[in-house]
Each structure stands twice: as structure tokens, then as C-alpha cells.
Ligand binder design. Sequence first.
Ligand SMILES: NC(=O)c1ccc[n+]([C@@H]2O[C@H](COP(=O)([O-])OP(=O)(O)OC[C@H]3O[C@@H](n4cnc5c(N)ncnc54)[C@H](O)[C@@H]3O)[C@@H](O)[C@H]2O)c1
Ligand SMILES: O=C(O)C(=O)C[C@@H](O)[C@H](O)[C@H](O)COP(=O)(O)O
Ligand SMILES: [Zn+2]
Length: 358
Amino acid sequence: MKNIHVRSTIQSYDIVIGNHIRHHIKDQLDKNYSSILIITDSNVGKLYAQDIHDGLNQKNIFIEIVDAGEQSKNIETFYNLHTKAIEYGLDRQSLIIALGGGVIGDLAGFVAATYMRGIDFIQVPTTLLAHDSSVGGKVAINHDKGKNLIGSFYPPVLVLYDTDTLQTLPPKEIRSGYAELIKEAMLSDSGLWNKLLSQHLDRITPADLEQFLEMGIKIKAEIVQQDERESGVRKFLNLGHTLGHAIEADLGYGVLTHGEAVAIGLLFAFYVSEQELQAVLPIQELRDWLKRNEYPFLVNTDRIDELIDLMKRDKKTEHNQIQMVLLNKIGDPVTHIVEENKLKNYLTSFVEREIING
Ligand SMILES: NC(=O)c1ccc[n+]([C@@H]2O[C@H](COP(=O)([O-])OP(=O)(O)OC[C@H]3O[C@@H](n4cnc5c(N)ncnc54)[C@H](O)[C@@H]3O)[C@@H](O)[C@H]2O)c1
Ligand SMILES: O=C(O)C(=O)C[C@@H](O)[C@H](O)[C@H](O)COP(=O)(O)O
Ligand SMILES: [Zn+2]
């Protein structure tokens, strides 16, 4: 079992990583909660909700199951969960457990952040992608006009990462989580980039995945500890997301996974870095790796204007100026204002080069 401590100005917490630790969640609680609401989704609930329930070994445990998928990160599901919390009689000494991937972590975390102005919550991540989403305290739901536009910074009291649950994760979701690992690798000079790109996802071992997941968590934790509320270096964690989020909203939430959309965004960030910063980057290596590993290159090619509008609504936009995270080289990110007309030209030629002719 490994323990990574995350310092927070709001609420510091531990990330406990281990195999089969979901059965022993009670050992990690340092409070006596009046009641516990486990929020999970229709896939994860079937597999792991009972284990968590039994591992808690107390009275007043409730389970709420939402439909699996990105569409559940919406205002209606959020409201319904509040209704359930009220009906179950949750009070300020109650706990919410987010059991699932990033959708559940973001959704249940935002319910916890807002129920009675905030009650404790624990992240029990079950996807590879959640090495990113369960750390750092960003919780949110989507709006039709953009990703995560309604949310808060609200850290969990604990992250309990049972890596055994990754065994049941479909290959598509491994691919999705791996894209966020590649993002973290681009931000760091830890050697993770070479390690990740030397793998093929069909042949990756659980031990390798666990090692990468831990490295990803450490890179993320290091950044959020320096800038919890994203006024500076935390923006780097948004590498690939200016376009990635726009693609997700434009295609309709859930058409691509978050990681698949971010992967396209990462390639675009390389492309814009070459144009704007004259950076020399391993763009060919990334493109080839993504193709070899069957990442879908899907963008509505006739909706460039709509994509630019969505990119303008990105949370990094200030005074109407679009800000992207670019790279001078691997391990050397910068935030950079990209003028709108130039961005439109870059996106048009990127789409022609990578999506239409790719
Ligand atoms: N808060 C943050 O800092 C942050 C960071 C990155 C991403 N995100 C958000 O995370 C979300 C994506 O998270 P995700 O990729 O984990 O998606 P997800 O939660 O939808 O999970 C992906 C799919 O895998 C299934 N699943 C989950 N765990 C499983 C398991 N162990 N076995 C079998 N099936 C399992 C789910 O039911 C779902 O169908 C997006 O909404 C994204 O915006 C948030
Ligand atoms: O933790 C962060 O900060 C990130 O940007 C991590 C991203 O991978 C994640 O998708 C996050 O939810 C995006 O945040 P947003 O503020 O752009 O919605
Ligand atoms: Zn992300």
C-alpha cells in the first residue's frame, strides 16, 4: 500500500493506493459519520458497490446509482442526487463516497461541495483516468455550452485507489486514461514520456499501468499543491483541453471519451507550439503512437467557427483572449495567448492535415 499526501489550503488529504483496499475502507476513516451516501454509476455499482458497503461495516448506508457516462454530469442528475440526500436525511456529519471514474468523482464531489454548503467526501476511483480527476479537488458538472462550467474547488477528505478495480476496465477506457498520463508526461522531465510511448496498450501489464498511474498522480499532486485555484502553474494541467473540451461539447457529451478528445487536443497543442513558439517537438512520434493505439481522430470538420466559439468559452480565457497551454519542449510548458484569427487558421489546417487527410 502506498500513501501520497496532498497539501491543500482548503483541506489536505491522503491518496492511498493499493490492491483490494476497497474491502478495508473503514480502516482509513478517522471520523464517525452519521450516514453515508455512496454515489456510483450503472457499470461500477454492479461490480464494486457491495464491497464498499460491506467494507464500511456500519448502519445508515445508502447507494445511489446514476447512468454510466458523461451525460450524467448534468444539472438534472445533480439536483436528483440532492433530493435523495435530503430524503435519506443526510446531515452535516454525513459522508458522500464517489465510487467510479471521473464522471462520478466530479458529479458526486460537486454534490458534496454544495449539500448543506459542503459535507465530507471520499474519492474511490475505478478508472485509469481518475488518477487525474480524483486528485486536485476540481468538481463540476457540464453545461450544454461547455464542459465543467458549473463547479467548484472542493478537495476530498481521502482518495482510496484500489488498483485491482482496473482489471475490469474496458480497453477504450484504458486508452482514455492513458491520454491524461501522456499529458502529465509532457509537463514533466521525469522520463515518463519515453516510458509511455514505448508501450502498446494491447500489451501493457497491470504492473506497468500501476507504476505510470503513480507517476501521473505525483506529477499532478506536485502542481496542484503549488497553485490549487489555478491562477498560475495549474493551468499547465489543461494542456490539450482547450480544443479537447470544445470537441467533447461540439460532438455531444460522451461521443468521444474525455481522454480521446484530449489526445486530439494534445496533438493540436504540439502543432500550435510549432507555429507560435517555433518549438521542435516529437509531433510525428505522438501522431504515430496515437494511430497505432487506435485513438479516434474525430472532429466535426465543417464546424470550425463553432469550435472556436467553444474554445473562447474555455476557463483560461481572460478579457476575451484565448489562452492555450503550449510547449517549448517536453517538460517545459507555457501559457500563451493565441490571437483568434490565427487560431482559426491553425485549426483549419490541423483538421485538414490530421483529420481529413489523416
Ligand atoms: N476533476 C478533474 O480534475 C478531472 C480531471 C480529468 C477528467 N475529469 C473528468 O472526468 C471525466 C471522465 O472520467 P472517466 O474517464 O473516468 O469516465 P467515467 O467515469 O465515465 O468512466 C468511464 C466508463 O468506465 C466505466 N467504469 C468505470 N470504472 C470501471 C471499472 N473499474 N470496471 C468497468 N467499468 C468501469 C464507467 O461506468 C464508464 O462507462 C470527464 O467528465 C472529465 O471532464 C475531471
Ligand atoms: O486539474 C486540473 O486543473 C486539470 O485541468 C485537469 C484536467 O485533466 C481536467 O480535465 C479538468 O477537469 C479540466 O478542468 P477545467 O477547469 O478546464 O474544466
Ligand atoms: Zn482532463
